[in-house]
Design a protein around this ligand. Structure first.
Ligand code: PGA
Length: 251
């Protein structure tokens, strides 16, 4: 049986100025005491990545970004490439977060291209998918998730090291979470979909749950079958909360 390490990833979104580097240092200091099977990443805004990498140097804490451009360089004002992120010391990049799909019009094809760009540069992409409340209420969750899984992961995904994050759009920042049964259903469906697509390599892919993960609900969510970690937004801004979530992994 393949043993997958847990990944607890903290998405700071557009929060955090230089003072927030103290939170990175606090997580870095505490990371050594976590079980080996619990890995951590923090994803601050672009401007803090380099300093965060320095703050996490030598610690069991990876630094990642929240987005990247498809091209390695060029005339793309305001954008940053996966290669540039690697140069700063980043190891992961989130792609296709629902806030980028909604706020920047990113399609599944764009998300897949960004995941390819990440791999080209040597970053591990965390590819986000998830249904809206209307889609869930209409009974279309698995259709939507299946379509996003196919279309948001690159065609050459078989050999890839990548992570999928299931984030129901209605659970993000809302304090609402799906039932354990709903999470289990989607994650089992994702694992099956990956098996059909890439065969035995599917066992190595980590499937994160995201959307209102807090210290109080982390143990229950992380204990669900095929949940290999969490993508944490608001609760990743405070080191104590983020670490409490990491400590809740059922090891
Ligand atoms: P949240 O955000 O934990 O604040 O709900 C999760 C996410 O958007 O990744």
């Amino acid at each position: 049986m393949t043993v997958r390490n847990f990944l607890i990833a903290g998405n700071w979104k557009m929060h955090g100025q230089r003072a927030a580097l103290a939170q990175v240092r606090a997580v870095a200091d505490a990371a050594a005491a976590l079980p080996d099977r619990v890995e951590l990443s923090l994803h601050p805004p672009f401007g803090l990545i380099y300093a965060a990498v320095e703050a996490a140097a030598g610690a069991r804490l990876a630094i990642g970004a929240q987005d990247c451009h498809i091209q390695p360089k060029g005339a793309h004002t305001g954008d940053i490439s996966a290669e540039m992120l690697v140069d700063l010391g980043a190891r992961y990049v989130i792609v296709g977060h629902s806030e980028r799909r909604a706020g920047h019009g990113e399609t599944d094809a764009v998300v897949a291209a960004k995941a390819s760009a990440a791999r080209r540069a040597g970053l591990v992409p965390i590819i986000c998918i998830g249904e809206t409340l209307d889609e869930r209420d209409a009974g279309r969750t698995l259709d939507i998730i299946g379509g996003q899984l196919r279309a948001s992961t690159p065609d050459d995904v078989a050999a890839a090291d990548f992570v999928i994050a299931y984030e129901p759009v209605w659970a993000i920042g809302s304090g609402r979470t799906p039932t354990e049964g709903q999470v289990a259903e989607v994650h089992a469906f994702l694992r099956e979909g990956l098996r059909a697509r890439i065969g035995s390599g599917a066992e190595r892919v980590r499937l994160l749950y995201g959307g209102s993960v807090k210290p109080a609900n982390a143990a229950a969510l992380l204990a669900i079958g095929n949940v290999d970690g969490a993508l944490v937004g608001g609760a990743s801004l405070e080191a104590a909360d983020f670490l409490a979530i990491a400590r809740a992994a059922p090891i």
